[in-house]
Design a binder for this molecule. Structure first.
Ligand SMILES: Nc1nc2c(ncn2[C@@H]2O[C@H](COP(=O)(O)OP(=O)(O)OP(=O)(O)O)[C@@H](O)[C@H]2O)c(=O)[nH]1
Ligand SMILES: [Mg+2]
Length: 235
């Protein structure tokens, strides 16, 4: 997929501050410093679009970027960063949880996991939360340039073994490296397929509401907002 334009839309502190729900969205979540902002830049093909920093906890808001004027990438704050003040942390968590659970145009979450580490409790807990919340997601193992391929494979195998009891079908699994510029084509493929599905489920046409039938005085026309039902994958 060619990305002709990649534009910062806004930094939203909460769900209510997000833009309207007309465009399909794809969000990055994972531990602080796992490489969310770097992967967003890799997919967008724009270095510096999302701010990257070696300091954990750098991304603090729901940062939205519009691609090709038709879909959005969403950079979320990381979890598991102890230095964030307790009150702020709770606020971030609530804003992120609400965004993930209640955003109807959120097509897929990319849950990022550091490929150089064995399964971490906090990542496993987050996957369990996504499953229990019926949030559609894929797993992306990041920073594959930092360890040997067999270490990456062993860590992926151990992680999937841990989560297998929570889901009938394992989520799709990808690897990436923002440094080696690896994984872009595969993840853009996921996005392209999801956009096609989103568009297929969108209302066919904006028809004017039908007049109420005489026999059913309370009847109304189609939902005037044109919002669609949530599409949820079965894991
Ligand atoms: N070697 C290597 N380093 C990476 C990769 N991706 C990101 N980094 C580095 O990891 C650090 C954190 O990257 P970010 O993209 O800011 O991570 P983040 O998940 O957005 O972090 P927060 O916003 O703090 O939650 C930076 O120093 C990046 O340069 C990668 O694929 N390989
Ligand atoms: Mg970030």
């Amino acid at each position: 997929m060619n990305i002709a334009s990649a534009i910062f839309d806004r930094s939203a502190p909460d769900l209510a501050s997000c833009p309207d729900e007309s465009l399909p969205e794809f969000a990055f979540i994972g531990r602080s410093n796992v490489g969310k902002s770097s992967l967003l830049n890799l997919l967008a093909g724009r270095q510096g679009l999302a701010r990257v920093s070696p300091t954990p906890g750098f991304t603090k808001l729901i940062n939205m970027f519009t691609m090709n004027r038709t879909w959005r990438l969403v950079d979320l704050p990381g979890y598991g960063f102890a230095q964030v003040a307790r009150k702020d942390k709770a606020k971030f968590n609530q804003a992120v949880a609400e965004y993930l659970q209640e955003r109807p145009n959120l097509c897929c979450v990319f849950q990022l996991i550091d490929s150089s580490l064995p399964p971490q409790k906090i990542d496993l807990e987050f996957v369990e939360w996504l499953i229990n919340s019926s949030v559609p997601f894929v797993l992306v193992f990041t920073k594959t340039d930092t360890v040997k391929p067999d270490v990456v494979q062993a860590n992926i195998a151990a992680f999937t073994q841990c989560i297998s009891e929570w889901c009938e079908n394992l989520p799709e699994i990808f690897t990436c490296s923002a440094v080696a510029k690896h994984g872009r084509r595969e993840l853009l493929g996921v996005i392209e397929a999801a956009i096609t599905e989103f568009q297929a489920q969108a209302p066919v046409a904006e028809l004017p509401p039908e007049p109420p039938q005489a026999s059913s005085p309370g009847a109304t026309g189609p939902d005037a907002r044109g919002t669609r039902a949530k599409s949820r994958r079965p894991w």
